[in-house]
Ligand binder design. Structure first.
Ligand SMILES: [Zn+2]
Length: 254
């Protein structure tokens, strides 16, 4: 901080520090996985989370905001979240990131497709592995990687310490409600994959799932974040950590 910035100066600096982001949520595919596009309105750099399917629609939104995709991040390797990785990579040339502990699951796409009774999607090359504490950067923004195993061994969540919405969301109502509930214009954001949902948590009966692990992940990693954190789950509406802490039947302690 500059010397003698004064009150006005400090306010301006704090305002600059607050992140402004473009955010589009697009539920894709048969299981309506929430694909998120998070863009920097100044540099137009963006990341895409969980392009599970319907890559053409994702590309339309990317083009609408004139974004350049810098990274494609997979919160976990279930077929409904990774089905479009290869197509989106081919279209954008952006690197594909996931956690090492889900690579085997990603390679087992035929088995997953058979389980759902669908055709297996093509597999992308995973360009880099995301570990606990890694930081994904694009434009002037960054997200911290939390390894949150349980739904799958390699499930990760992305945490953006402070974010301000720049554009109207596709999922406008849910997000606006979450903002109102949090009582703040600027709040941390959490992309929780299938670890935490509004009123529920991820299933743990599929390949490599673990109920004790998901409960531990939520309590030690997610509930450690501020109450005002807006949670964007891998399926369904947005929520806040305060709301889930108070009313999620899987988290409320007896
Ligand atoms: Zn899943």
């Amino acid at each position: 901080m500059e010397r003698g910035a004064g009150r006005e100066g400090i306010v301006a600096i704090l305002r600059r520090m607050a992140q402004e982001l473009i955010h589009e949520i697009l539920p894709v595919g048969m299981l309506q996985c929430n694909c998120s596009i998070i863009g920097d309105p100044e540099t137009r750099e963006a990341i895409v989370l969980d392009p599970g399917d319907e890559v053409e629609k994702i590309l339309v939104l990317i083009a609408k905001h004139h974004l350049k995709v810098m990274a494609i991040v997979s919160t976990h390797a279930h077929i409904d979240h990774v089905g479009g990785l290869k197509k989106l990579h081919d279209a954008t040339h952006a690197p594909v990131f996931m956690n090492e502990a889900d690579l085997a699951l990603y390679q087992a796409m035929e088995m997953q497709a058979q389980f759902l009774g669908v055709r297996p999607p093509q597999i992308a090359n995973v360009d880099d592995l995301l570990r606990e504490g890694d930081v994904v950067r694009w434009g002037g923004h960054e997200a911290r990687v939390l390894h949150t195993p349980g739904h799958t061994p390699g499930s990760i969540s992305l945490y953006l310490p402070e974010a301000i919405l720049e554009t109207e969301k596709r999922d406008g109502t849910a997000v606006k409600t979450a903002h109102e509930k949090s009582g703040a214009k600027s709040s941390p954001w959490l992309f929780a994959g299938d670890t935490l949902f509004a009123g529920s948590i991820g299933r743990t009966d599929l390949w490599g799932g673990s109920y004790p692990d998901i409960v531990r992940s939520i309590h030690t990693k997610l509930l450690a974040l501020p109450d005002s954190t807006i949670v964007f789950p891998g399926h369904g509406p947005a929520t806040t950590l305060a709301e889930e802490r108070a009313s999620n039947p899987f988290l409320v302690s007896r």
